[in-house]
Write a new protein. Structure first.
Length: 314
């Protein structure tokens, strides 16, 4: 049996379209499995082919509904572990609960660590993910984690647009490293929006550090959730004299009023990836989706063949 034949790709219900793309890139079929519900809502998994001795990769971003998607992943891992898979890798393009990564008040849970513990307990022996909200989450795992950046994909797209007078803007101090990476890749200066958060999902812009007047602005973040940070930032950039505003992010969570806010905001284009499957009602005209399937597919090949994953980004 060839090495590639011993590689198996399975998917839950979170993003089957991405799993199909990855499987096509790899030249293997998506494994025969069904993930359904019993009448009481419990998850039922049926693996309809042998996985004995196989190198199994389960594609499942833990996006909305996050608890359902996590439980599907855990049950699928348990099923293939009990069916004697040689190694099980959870491919989690978007890692839910990543923003609960530390205690900020007394008696706060660290849910990102809890999910890591659950994955290990289920039988997961490696994780592939993209743009964790906090890089230190890799340390929450007692198994290897391959953390793939989304910035190279975004940078490649923006370079192809051949925009002039560009400045990259970080929407807050926490995203400066990501914004600096993009700025260096496309050869543009960096600016920073200084803001404060009086409460969760609420932000107020205090000032802008850097020259953005009459510039085309690329605002970059890892996640757009309710879009408050991005849209308030875009409003402030316009007030400070920015020209066209482009937004890029890896994970389009787009919860609550996000789509409506983006539609009304002075933003020319919102560039996202398909780590999260966007339903049709969220696909407004200014949103453009890049596929992460080739990147994840190449990472899977390298892990399967015991090659360096970091070489992807040299």
């Amino acid at each position: 049996m060839s090495s590639r034949q011993r590689l198996k790709i399975f998917t839950g219900n979170a993003n089957p379209a991405l799993a199909e793309e990855i499987a096509q890139y790899l030249g293997v079929p998506v494994g025969a499995a069904r993930v359904t519900r019993f009448s009481d809502g419990e998850i039922q998994v049926k693996i309809n082919e042998s996985v004995r001795g196989a190198d199994v990769f389960i594609i499942q971003p833990t996006s909305e509904p996050v608890n359902e998607q996590i439980m599907e992943l855990l049950v699928m891992v348990d099923a293939v572990r009990r069916a004697s898979a040689r190694r099980i890798t959870a491919v989690i393009p978007y890692y839910g609960y990543a923003r609960q990564d530390r205690k900020t008040r007394a008696r706060d849970p660290i849910t990102a660590k809890l999910v890591a513990n659950l994955l290990f307990a289920s039988g997961t022996r490696r994780v592939i993910t993209m743009d964790l909200h906090a890089g230190q989450i890799q340390g929450f795992f007692d198994i290897p984690v391959d953390h793939l950046p989304g910035v190279p994909l975004l940078a490649q797209y923006f370079m192809q647009q051949q925009l002039s007078d560009v400045v990259v803007v970080s929407p807050d101090l926490g995203s400066v490293q990501r914004a600096r990476d993009l700025a260096e890749r496309i050869g543009a200066p960096l600016a920073i929006i200084d803001k404060r958060r009086p409460e969760p999902n609420v932000s107020e812009v205090m000032s802008i550090i850097g020259d953005i007047r009459d510039k085309k602005v690329l605002m970059i973040d890892d996640i757009i959730d309710t879009a408050g940070t991005i849209t308030h930032g875009a409003d402030a950039l316009k007030q400070f004299g920015a020209d066209d505003i482009y937004v890029g992010c890896t994970h389009p969570v787009l919860s609550g009023p996000a789509v409506e806010r983006l539609a009304k905001a002075p933003i020319k284009e919102v560039l996202v990836t398909n780590t999260i499957l966007l339903p049709p009602h969220k696909m407004i005209n200014k949103i453009k989706v890049l596929s992460v399937a080739p990147l994840l597919g190449e990472a899977i090949i390298r892990i399967h063949e015991d090659l360096s994953v970091s070489k992807l980004f040299d």
